[in-house]
Every structure is written in structure tokens, then in C-alpha cells.
Design a binder for this molecule. Structure first.
Ligand SMILES: [Fe+2]
Length: 242
């Protein structure tokens, strides 16, 4: 039985790379007998127009209140349905839970990754000293890292995400397809949404301009916090309502 009270653990259970301990399985069995978990849309830590001119208020409002809300609604509906379903229906619902649960996870992390361009939080040299030092050690320079990350974002085919992750003590750039979240043991430092809904209303087909401007609103203070913290710290934004 799967722990429906913890969506990222649920997704991890579907990963063939993830090993599950006996304690996790025991906890899962207990939790699954409890009330079905319901997730809610997190509030943005800034106003819809706070990321102007780099991300328009129109995009932010639609992205948060419509797209992210739809992932949350669809996830809750699927979790409610799977709880009472037979095994064949549970299997059929897995993809729905994976897609919408991933969408909820990714966007919840993403909103925290951003900050107004006038905020001190975007000054990587001042607020992310330890992370930047490791970035420079890994890629040679901050600019080389930005070039590599931007290249990874622009190399995504179709819809997906680019992530800087902490894997053990090392940093890596990874991309995920559609709404697949980072469900290994890595800590997501920050991610960038490369779905067209994240930029098209403002940038049209100018994907490269969106990538260039996203650097102006990356919240390096939050990135430093995640770099110094644990995976559980990063995912604490996922508040479930029982
Ligand atoms: Fe999105």
C-alpha cells in the first residue's frame, strides 16, 4: 500500500531507482488507512506583478491561479478516487497522480525560486556565498554555470523543467520531462519551468529571451537555504491538509 499522505514519497515509490526501507513501508500502510490527503494551492510569496518586467503579471496570475490550481484539483480528485478503487483502477490512476502530483511539487518549488528583480534576494554574490563557491568550483565560473544551465533549458524538447540539484555534496544540472519531479535523493536547489505556459503570452516563440531574463529573478537566498538544507527542508512547502 502506498502512503497517500505524502505525494513526493508516492512518486518516489514509482521510481525503479528508489529503494524503500521497511520502516517506510510500515509507515505507509498505517497512513494509507487514515483520511485521504488533500493538497492546497500555496500562496505566492510576492504579488502577481512583482516579477515585472521579466515575467508579466498576466502570466503569473494564470500560471498560479489556473495552471497550478488545476494540478492541485486533479491531484486531490485522483487521490480521493484511488483510495476506494480496485487494483486495476488504482493502476490506471497512477499516471494521473504522477502528472498532477509532479505539477504541484514543481510549481510549489518554482514560486519560491523567484524573487522581484529589485530584491536583495536576487544578488547571488551577496546572499548565496556557499552555493556560488561550489558552483564556481564545479563549473569553473558562475558565468560558465549560467551558460551550461541555460543550454540545458533550451535543449529541452517539448515541455519540461531544468533543475540545479545537490546530489550528495555535488551539484548537477538535470532536466525532467513534462511534470516529472526530482524524486531521487537529490535536493532541488532551484528549477525553471520550460512549459510554454510559463512564457508564451509575453515572449511568444522567444524562448531564449525568457531564459535570459529568468536569471534576473532567481531567488538566490532561497537557493542558498536549499543548498545548506536537507531534502525534507526543500519539500516543506508541500503542505497537505487532512
Ligand atoms: Fe508551469
Amino acid at each position: 500500500m502506498v502512503n497517500l499522505g505524502n505525494i513526493w514519497q508516492y512518486l518516489a515509490l514509482q521510481s525503479p531507482l528508489q529503494s524503500i526501507s521497511g520502516d517506510q513501508l510500515n509507515a505507509s500502510s498505517t497512513t494509507a488507512k487514515m483520511a485521504v490527503t488533500s493538497y492546497s494551492l500555496p500562496q505566492l510569496p510576492y504579488a502577481y506583478d512583482a516579477l515585472e518586467p521579466y515575467i508579466s503579471a498576466q502570466i503569473m496570475e494564470l500560471h498560479h491561479s489556473k495552471h497550478h490550481q488545476a494540478y492541485v484539483t486533479n491531484l486531490n480528485n485522483a487521490l480521493a478516487a484511488v483510495a476506494g478503487a480496485d487494483i486495476t483502477d488504482q493502476i490506471a490512476l497512477q499516471q494521473v497522480i504522477k502528472f498532477n502530483g509532479g505539477g504541484h511539487i514543481n510549481h510549489s518549488l518554482f514560486w519560491q525560486n523567484l524573487a522581484p528583480a529589485i530584491s536583495d534576494d536576487v544578488n547571488h554574490a551577496a546572499v548565496a556565498k556557499e552555493l556560488v563557491a561550489t558552483i564556481e568550483k564545479t563549473w569553473g565560473s558562475f558565468e560558465a554555470f549560467q551558460k551550461a544551465f541555460s543550454g540545458a533549458l533550451l535543449g529541452i524538447q517539448g515541455s519540461g523543467w531544468g533543475w540545479l540539484v545537490k546530489d550528495g555534496g555535488a551539484l548537477r544540472i538535470v532536466t525532467t520531462k513534462d511534470q516529472d519531479p526530482v524524486v531521487g535523493g537529490e535536493v532541488p536547489i532551484f528549477g525553471v519551468d520550460m512549459w510554454e505556459h510559463a512564457y508564451y503570452l509575453q515572449y511568444l516563440n522567444g524562448k531564449a529571451a525568457y531564459v535570459e531574463n529568468i536569471w534576473k529573478v532567481i531567488n538566490w537566498k532561497k537557493a542558498e537555504e536549499r543548498f545548506l538544507g536537507t531534502r525534507e527542508d526543500a519539500f516543506s512547502v508541500l503542505k497537505a491538509v487532512l
